[in-house]
Design a protein. Structure first.
Length: 159
């Protein structure tokens, strides 16, 4: 192949690479804008969740000495609905993509909301061993890991 032809092919390749780089930069910019708009929408939905009466009812269990009836099925449904809107990726993981039991799903919602172990015990009206078993079972179904202690860390990746 002649030097002129090789130089021409090299020039063409460099031109194509420059155009590809420009397209990639444009696409990255668009993805960033889309992520920002989604982030704003999710932030508004999170504000709605954390400002809701039902969240306040669940959050009241974090107070030491708080004794109240566990939340009703209707309150759980309302919390789940607000959670689904505020944290769609996490909700997709725990409620749609995997076959969790009702209690495992409820536990994951609470863990996703950063409720601590002892508060989950109060909200769900179960003992510490039951919470640990539910965490272990959910972690195994979601991530193939049966350690109860790693569930919260793994769920945070989806928030």
């Amino acid at each position: 192949m002649s030097n002129t032809l090789m130089k021409s092919n090299l020039d063409n390749a460099i031109s194509v690479l420059a155009k590809l780089r420009q397209c990639a930069e444009t696409m990255l910019s668009l993805v960033g804008q889309l992520q920002a708009s989604i982030g704003v929408r999710d932030a508004k939905r999170q504000e709605e969740l954390f400002g809701s009466d039902v969240y306040a009812r669940f959050h009241a269990f974090t107070s030491d000495g708080h004794h109240a009836e566990p939340p009703s099925d209707g309150e759980w449904r309302e919390l789940e609905s607000l959670f689904r809107a505020a944290f769609p990726r996490l909700y997709q993981l725990v409620a749609i993509d995997h076959d969790l039991t009702r209690d495992q799903l409820r536990l994951c919602l609470l863990v996703g909301l950063s409720f601590r172990h002892h508060v989950i015990m109060r909200v769900m009206d179960v003992d510490s061993n039951r919470v640990s078993r539910l965490k272990s079972q959910a972690n195994k179904r979601l991530f193939g890991d049966k350690l109860a202690s790693t569930l919260a860390v793994r769920l945070k990746d989806y928030v």
